[in-house]
Design a protein around this ligand. Structure first.
Ligand code: ADP
Ligand code: MG
Length: 319
């Protein structure tokens, strides 16, 4: 019997679908835990085989406290030897784009140069270090395109930073990034589970205003799912697996673009939002969610002596 705990904040469609799917499987007891009302002992009493952390990075946009609470809880659970997906270290990289950047840099994974914005840094210095305008301003923790801006001048940059600072709920950092232009009219969403690419697809690019060339791939902002070659190109597969490992993620959906220099990771999504949608079915020919969940359920068998999990600890350190 496997006890699967689903940790979440607001209950969204993916958690409901995940629960339904798991309930339909033999030998599984599934229980949801709302992070806003969950203490460590509540989860321990359930005696979980796996805790699936579904507190999205985007919760930072509206409930910063729960981001911190989730991290503390995951850390305690891991100390008790409980398998949490993703691990404390990978979740930290999920909740901080700057942290993900430093880990990728150490592992020589191509990704936009990133600087943490503080009131003490000189903006012109930062822009110079990023190779000049345009630059990207975004929340260090967050998602769904909120607070994302492409800036071509000091005025635009200050406005974008000001917009994030004005937000009532968000208490995290702000990052400035080099803008990387994709050479294809799409990005790639690449799903890695336990060192294997499970599926991938493209997403169309959109822009925030009509004067700019499309550059954003975001489902929340309206990008379409695009078909890609059935076989994942080997170089993309190897790159995505290495990139997921660099942040210690056993489960990761990566946003990757192709550049003149090769593939480049724009973002990791260790808590991706996934639901059954007809457009996935149409493009991929199957519903990817069941693949992912089945693969994840297989992980706990012998998990603690699995090389991938041991790896994730050593790559990330233990703090
Ligand atoms: N530095 C960048 N260079 C080029 N495109 C970017 C950059 N940062 C973000 N984007 C585009 O914006 C999208 C959303 O940014 P992302 O960092 O993934 O934020 P979110 O967490 O909101 O999804 C990316 O998928 C990508 O298409
Ligand atoms: Mg993204």
């Amino acid at each position: 019997m496997k006890n699967i705990a689903i940790l979440h904040e607001e209950l969204e469609r993916p958690e409901k679908e995940l629960e339904q799917y798991l309930l339909g499987r033999d030998g599984i007891i599934v229980k949801r835990f709302d992070i806003r009302a969950t203490a460590f002992k509540d989860i321990m009493e359930f005696n979980p085989t796996i805790v699936l952390n579904r507190v999205y990075a985007s919760v930072a946009n509206r409930n910063w406290k729960m981001i911190k609470h989730s991290l503390q809880l995951i850390k305690k659970l891991e100390k008790k030897g409980i398998l949490v997906l993703n691990s404390f270290n990978a979740t930290k990289a999920d909740y901080s784009k700057y942290r993900a950047y430093t880990l990728m840099k150490s592992a020589s994974i191509r990704t936009p140069k990133t600087i943490r914005h503080t009131p003490y840094i000189s903006l012109s210095n930062a822009v110079r270090r990023l190779g000049g305008y345009p630059i990207i301003v975004k929340r260090d923790s967050g998602g769904r395109g909120i607070g994302l801006a492409k800036c071509s001048s000091r005025t635009e940059t200050e406005k974008a930073i000001g917009n994030i600072l004005k937000s009532d709920d968000y208490k995290g950092d702000i990052v400035l990034q080099e803008f990387i232009e994709p050479i294809e009219p799409r990005d790639y969403r690449v799903c890695v589970v336990d060192n294997e690419v499970i599926y991938y697809h493209g997403r169309g690019l959109i822009s925030l205003d009509t004067s700019e060339k499309p550059w954003i791939a975001s489902r929340s902002l309206g990008s379409k799912i695009l078909p890609v070659k059935k076989e994942v190109p080997k170089d993309l597969k190897d790159f995505a697996v290495r990139a997921a490992r660099s942040v210690g993620a056993i489960f990761d959906v990566l946003d990757v673009i192709k550049t003149e220099e090769g593939y480049c990771v724009i973002e990791h999504n260790p808590t991706p939002s996934f639901v059954f949608k007809q457009d996935y079915q149409d493009v991929l020919g199957y519903d990817p969610i069941t693949y992912v969940v089945d693969k994840i359920l297989g992980i706990h068998e012998g998990s603690m002596d699995k090389e991938s999990i041991a790896d994730s600890g050593s790559v990330m350190g233990t703090n």
